[in-house]
Design a protein around this ligand. Structure first.
Ligand SMILES: C[S@@+](CC[C@H](N)C(=O)[O-])C[C@H]1O[C@@H](n2cnc3c(N)ncnc32)[C@H](O)[C@@H]1O
Length: 259
């Protein structure tokens, strides 16, 4: 993805901030524990915190969390949901925190929006030596037959390669690296994934897809056509046609230590 496309797509979420808060999943606790297990202390920066989906899991696990988010509408939702959390406007390229002030930096479905040419040094600056940077991504478990079918009919604006079990590792393996020139700020990456799920109905799963960046930038007509295809597919499958079901997911984690 080019710089312009990344900037455009990464700034779309605020237009659907309330729907995002209502319909996006949280994160597998095992994944968050694994992300933080080597951190030298409890201070965690949730970068690109959005409406606070990952922030809430971090708090539940006892972390001392600061949330940073560039989009004012997303930040408003986060402050509404988690009024006691310290939540600041800012970005991965300009983090509003002092040097060596956190033990871990985590990013839930957000690291791919960062310009790591700039953000890599900025994240290293706010981390203690030995601190951890972790990217987390919720992905569809496309080993499950109906989920693989959903992937096939959805198109990449709704389910891209980064969004599935079979390809998230390859898609994110270098997410912590600058794409040109500068020196390495982090050690060797490790990746792992952890079972997760989200209770959905066909209608609420369609609403979840409506909050994807790719869906927020396409023309209304194309968006409605894709959501209509997804709706028809869900109505055609016994697993999803009626009532509530659990969407089979995993939370994938990429973690690296600050050098
Ligand atoms: C898919 S949302 C994820 C939000 C939240 N972390 C979650 O897990 O639900 C991506 C978030 O990254 C934010 N974002 C985009 N570009 C960013 C940047 N350069 N620095 C920090 N956050 C960014 C967006 O505003 C958005 O809130």
């Amino acid at each position: 993805m080019g710089q312009d496309e990344r900037l455009l797509l990464g700034s779309t979420f605020g237009a659907a901030a309330t729907a995002y808060a209502d319909h996006r999943p949280d994160y597998a606790r095992g994944a968050v524990r694994w992300a933080l297990e080597c951190a030298p202390g409890p201070r965690v920066l949730d970068l690109g915190a959005g409406t606070g989906k990952l922030t809430a899991t971090l708090i539940a696990l006892g972390a001392e969390v600061i949330a940073v988010e560039p989009d004012p509408a997303m930040l408003t939702e986060l402050r509404r949901a988690l009024p006691t959390v310290r939540a600041l406007p800012g970005s991965a390229e300009a983090v509003p925190l002092p040097d060596a002030s956190v033990d871990a930096v985590v990013a839930g479905n957000a690291m791919h929006w960062f310009d790591m040419n700039v953000a890599g040094a900025e994240i290293a600056r706010v981390l203690e030596p030995g601190g951890i940077l972790a990217g987390l991504w919720n992905v569809f478990d496309n080993r499950v037959d109906w989920v693989a079918g959903l992937e096939r009919i959805s198109g990449s604006a709704a389910i891209g390669p980064r969004d599935t079990f079979s390809s998230w590792r390859a898609e994110t393996a270098e997410a912590h690296l600058p794409n040109s020139g500068s020196i390495a700020q982090f050690g060797s990456p490790e990746q792992a994934e952890f079972p997760h799920g989200q209770r959905r109905t066909a209608d609420s799963l369609v609403a979840t897809f409506g909050t994807k960046a790719g869906m927020l930038v396409v023309q209304e007509q194309e968006r409605e056509a894709t959501l209509g295809q997804i709706r028809a597919f869900l109505a055609s499958r016994p697993e999803t046609a009626r009532g509530e079901f659990t969407l089979p997911m995993l939370t994938g984690v990429l973690r690296v230590g600050r050098l």
